[in-house]
Design a protein. Sequence first.
Length: 217
Amino acid sequence: MLIARDIHKSYGNLHVLKGVDLEISTSEIVSIVGSSGAGKSTLLHILGTLDKPDQGTLSMNGKDLIAMKGEGLAQFRNQQIGFIFQFHNLLPEFTALENIQIPSFIQGKNPQQIEKKAGELAEILGISHRLDHKPSTLSGGEQQRVAVARALINSPEVVFADEPSGNLDTSNARALHELFFTLRKELGHSFVIVTHNEELAAMADRKVEMRDGNILS
Ligand code: ADP
Ligand code: ADP
């Protein structure tokens, strides 16, 4: 589904990615592990079209993602790709429900459809009773689940997560990890997850280890 070939990226003299090849299948959950500075976040940003490689190819279902730019790329990303970060980046002045719906409003989708989809996600994520609350009144675990719902509201093919449980305690982290598997089963998304959490890394269908700009396994 997503195919990256011979991806190179440098920052000045620093060669961060040195010819990375990676394929992500539909509904696959892949974990990316490796020490700090190995290039994990850089790779995730490139796979998620937030950044361009210096060299290499990237395609999703046969579509060349590197050739895309501007408004077309922004539209594609908002529709087909979800992001979850360590810090949820929810907008504080909006309710949980509004935060979840924002990417769909940007897409110009039908409000009734958006409402229905948000309700469905909230149900799976166990936050239905918290939707009218502002982020500051939600627990850390709840805030991250709102961020997960926001990442999934447009039914993206693939969701990229960078240390999604890095800011959560053990039990909230475990609950979040289990939710990724539930979401995959119910909705069919692929997840690509950069994590230092050994338990999560081992749970994935496939664990990819990065070292010094290359994939080891
Ligand atoms: P990881 O996620 O595995 O910790 P990163 O992809 O964040 O690794 O970073 C890999 C290397 O690239 C690090 O040495 C980092 O300092 C450097 N780097 C990352 N982003 C930038 C940037 N925007 N400008 C300059 N150097 C960067
Ligand atoms: P977490 O470990 O996810 O941060 P907490 O122990 O902080 O969870 O929160 C437990 C419960 O308390 C949550 O379900 C949430 O509903 C409620 N809660 C947490 N923080 C606040 C807050 N600032 N205002 C209102 N309710 C809160």
